[in-house]
Every structure is written in structure tokens, then in C-alpha cells.
Design a protein around this ligand. Structure first.
Ligand code: F6P
Length: 326
């Protein structure tokens, strides 16, 4: 399919781990596209749904009451279907059967790998970053991140109440896959004594035990340790802290709680604006683009270039977390 073919029908799917705000993106794409006279089709269950032709037409009324809902009403999957060129070709065949001219893919790294495969086989796509991990290199923000951090923060505030009543150490494991964005930012927001993230090497004695003992010696009565799942396990760290320091410790794994819930203002706003930006790209025939947020602005970047980019944690945030924990 050539890139300058006239676009009439737009497909939209969510793939990979769900993120709060995905519904708001779908709504924005559907309403924005309908406003400009396009037909929109929802592909259910991600790339697997594309592969099996699980595709329905959507209209603006069908996305009412979705903005404030967590999850994704189109459903999602971590599909292996696209791991082979034949799987991708079948996805393209289904797109042709349903007359889709382009596909808006909403998700994280895995989703954009699927999108890249489609684009490399000649089917045009647009990507919108939505993952609580905020680990998409080309963008400073991905949808779902703010809601997940707020969920974690509320849970940690509650854990602090019980930790302080018992003079305990609460060791909390947060999501993020191989990235420490949730852990570090929530750590700063919750005043954690220790934050452990995969991007920074840790020595248990020097970086965990010593700061806790020093905090105790300064008169602190309770302690919050935040562990990114890609760095260590809360249960093990908690046991080690208790064994070495004698401070009672309790582990909590926040897990999938962080993926649910009604999206925050920031996520609803970003989702709405990114969805409209995707429609603008299609209108202007700028295809195979990934929507990104940088320096306070939305922009779109060539999908293949975007996927080659690397993202690193802000070392100033790491330092700030340490300063504030004293
Ligand atoms: O990528 C989002 C995420 O929630 C990660 O933080 C986590 O490691 C992973 O998905 C969990 O995946 P699943 O829902 O398949 O268990």
C-alpha cells in the first residue's frame, strides 16, 4: 500500500499492558477523525485482534462515558502473532478486507515494534505512547504514567501511616519493567528514605542499610524504601533490612493496582491532545509517525528514528531524592 493513497478509513487499537487514559485516546481519535469525515474502526484485543479480523466500526456516540474509565474498552493483549512476517502479512490482509487505510496503535515499546513491522511491510501507521512505565525514548511523557504514580503515592501514604504507628520500615515494590521512572518520582513525592532503581547500581550495605541506620540515629521512627521491580524484590530487600538492622520491615508489592483507575487530569488531557495530533498527522499525510511530548509541546517523529532513540533517567532527580531523604 503506498503512503500517498487517500485515507478514508482509520483503524485504532490498544496493545500490550493497559494504561489509564487509553480510553481517552480512543475517544479522541474517534471524535477527531469523525469531525474530519473519516470512518473509524476499532480493532479489539490488539494485534491479535487485527490478525483475526476482530474489527468493528466506531462512531462518536460509542465513545461516550469512556473518558473517565481506566483500562481499554477495545481490550488489549500481549500477542505473539506478530512475531513472524507471516503474522504481520495476515494482519495487513485483514486490514485490506476491512478497507483500513492506516492504523493508530496505542501502547508501549512492544506495540511500536508491531507498528514498525506493519510499516516495514508497507502498511502506514501512527503510534501514540501509552504505558505507565514512561520508558518510551522519544517522548518525555506517556499516557497512564501520571495516574499510576498517583495510585502508588496514595498507597504509599497509607503504608506510611501504619509504618509510623509501628516504627517499621515499609518496603514497597512498584512497577516500571526495566525502568525506574515511577519509583524515582514517587520516591521524591512520598519522601522515601531509599529509592532503588535499575538505572543506578546499588550496594545493599552502602545504599540501603547505612542510610536507614543513619536515619534511625537521627531520630526517624519509620522508613519508606521504594524498589523498582526491575531492580530488586521487595520481599528479599525487606528481609535483609530486618535481619541486618533489626528494624521491623514489611514488604508490599503494588503490582497491577498501578495500572487501574480513572485517569488523572494530566492523563485525560494528554490522551485527548495526542489523539487529535494523530488525526492531524493523518490529515496532513504524515504517516509512520510516533506522537511525542517534548519541552512542553506535542510533536511527531518518524517511527523508525523514534525507535532507535535511547532514554536515560535524570541524574538530577536521583540526586534530589538523596538530598531530600536526609
Ligand atoms: O509495561 C507495563 C507493565 O505494567 C510493567 O510495569 C510490568 O512489568 C508489566 O506491564 C506487567 O505485565 P503483565 O500485565 O503482562 O503482567
Amino acid at each position: 500500500m503506498s503512503e500517498d493513497r487517500e485515507i478514508r478509513n482509520i483503524g485504532v487499537l490498544t496493545s500490550g499492558g493497559d494504561a489509564p487514559g487509553m480510553n481517552a485516546v480512543i475517544r479522541s481519535v474517534v471524535r477527531g477523525a469523525a469531525y474530519y469525515g473519516y470512518h473509524v474502526f476499532g480493532v479489539r484485543r490488539g494485534f491479535h485482534g487485527l490478525w483475526r479480523g476482530d474489527i468493528i466500526e466506531l462512531n462518536p456516540r460509542m465513545v461516550s462515558e469512556k473518558l473517565q474509565r481506566g483500562g481499554t474498552f477495545l481490550m488489549t493483549a500481549r500477542s505473539k502473532t506478530f512475531n513472524s512476517p507471516e503474522g504481520v502479512a495476515k494482519g495487513i490482509e485483514m486490514s485490506k478486507i476491512f478497507n483500513l487505510d492506516t492504523l493508530v496503535t496505542i501502547g508501549g515499546d512492544g506495540t511500536f515494534r508491531g507498528a514498525r513491522d506493519l510499516c516495514q511491510q508497507g502498511f502506514p501507521v501512527i503510534g501514540i505512547p501509552a504505558t505507565i512505565d514512561n520508558d518510551i525514548a522519544c517522548t518525555e511523557y506517556s499516557i497512564g504514567y501520571d495516574t499510576a504514580m498517583n495510585t502508588a503515592m496514595e498507597a504509599i501514604d497509607k503504608l506510611r501511616d501504619t509504618a509510623s504507628s509501628h516504627e517499621r520500615c515499609s518496603v514497597i515494590e512498584v512497577m516500571g519493567r526495566k525502568a525506574g521512572y515511577i519509583a524515582l518520582n514517587v520516591g521524591i513525592a512520598c519522601g522515601a528514605e531509599v529509592v532503588m532503581i535499575p538505572e543506578v547500581e546499588h550496594d545493599l550495605q552502602k545504599d540501603v542499610i547505612k542510610p536507614l541506620l543513619e536515619a534511625r540515629n537521627r531520630g526517624k521512627k519509620h522508613y519508606i524504601v521504594i524498589v523498582a521491580e526491575g531492580c530488586a524484590h521487595a520481599t528479599e530487600i525487606s528481609q535483609q533490612i530486618e535481619d541486618i538492622t533489626g528494624i521491623e520491615a514489611r514488604p508490599t508489592i503494588l503490582g497491577h493496582l498501578q495500572r487501574g483507575g480513572s485517569p488523572t487530569v494530566r492523563d485525560r488531557y494528554m490522551a485527548s491532545m495526542m489523539g487529535l495530533h494523530a488525526v492531524d498527522c493523518i490529515r496532513e499525510n504524515r504517516l509512520n509517525r510516533l506522537i511525542a511530548y517534548k519541552d512542553g509541546h506535542l510533536l511527531d517523529i518518524d517511527l523508525l528514528e523514534a525507535m532507535d532513540m535511547k532514554k536515560t533517567i535524570d541524574s538530577n532527580d536521583v540526586k534530589s531524592a538523596r538530598i531530600l531523604s536526609t
